[in-house]
Write a protein that binds this ligand. Structure first.
Ligand SMILES: O=C(CO)[C@H](O)[C@H](O)COP(=O)(O)O
Length: 228
């Protein structure tokens, strides 16, 4: 699938997911190139009269939402409740997800766990039978060596994520560092999720076991919707 076809698939997925949003909803706004389509489409609907407020998952999502004129709120103001969230994923195997390719998974998980209905938008390159892409792990900077050792003890190979146009590591929106940890095929995402979460000073990791309520997978000529 070339980049243009893939981008069209991402947009089709987003058009489908936006149908889950109704007037009056508090809407979680995800991060990444696929979720960007969804935020832009929602912005167009708002201009046409759709009445929603958004809760953003990243600096990127906030910038796009402001540009598109979507009113924003916070989880504190909504009593920790979100009706629908539309977000992307790096991989999905049924309702199990790996997220964090954009280093936003900590806030994405807060928003997802506060959400009644998590709608995932993806293109076909994200679908897999068994999760096997790297797991992003956000850590407090002082703990990078101890967390790296603990990841190795769990059978993973951690690599500090390096910035592309800066001499140094990626620093998350929360001021932390990030490992991409290669665990190979992850047969039991729920157990690995718990094990990584219990490492001292891990802020959040990118395994979202059983989180998706629906995955909208844009294809070359349509959309396949998986509901869970
Ligand atoms: O989890 C994420 C950011 O932390 C993104 O949703 C995920 O990386 C997918 O991004 P894209 O739609 O650009 O492939």
């Amino acid at each position: 699938m070339d980049e243009q076809t893939r981008d069209a698939a991402k947009r089709r997925a987003s058009e489908s997911a936006v149908e889950a949003v109704s007037d009056g909803d508090v809407v979680g706004l995800g991060s990444g190139s696929t979720a960007e389509h969804a935020i832009r489409i929602l912005g167009d609907r708002v201009e046409e009269g759709l009445d929603i407020v958004g809760v953003t998952t990243s600096f990127q999502a906030r910038e796009i939402a402001i540009e598109k004129g979507i009113d924003l709120t916070t989880l504190d103001e909504t009593d920790g409740h979100i009706d629908v969230t539309i977000d992307g994923a790096d991989q999905f195997a049924g309702s199990d997800l790996i997220k964090g390719g954009g280093a936003a998974h900590a806030r994405e998980k807060i928003v997802a766990s506060a959400t009644d209905s998590l709608q995932i938008v993806a293109d076909p390159t994200k679908e897999t039978d068994v999760l096997d892409t790297v797991v992003p792990v956000e850590v407090l900077p002082d703990a990078r060596t101890t967390v790296a050792n603990a990841i190795r003890e769990l059978g993973g190979e951690p690599e500090l994520r390096w910035a592309k146009r800066k001499s140094g590591p990626v620093v998350t929106d929360n001021g932390n560092l990030l490992f991409d940890a290669d665990f190979g095929a992850i047969d039991d995402p729920e157990t690995l999720a718990t094990e990584i979460a219990t490492i001292p000073s891990v802020v959040e990791h990118g395994i979202f076991p059983g989180y998706a309520d629906a995955v909208h997978m844009g294809t070359e000529d349509g959309v396949t919707v998986f509901e869970y």
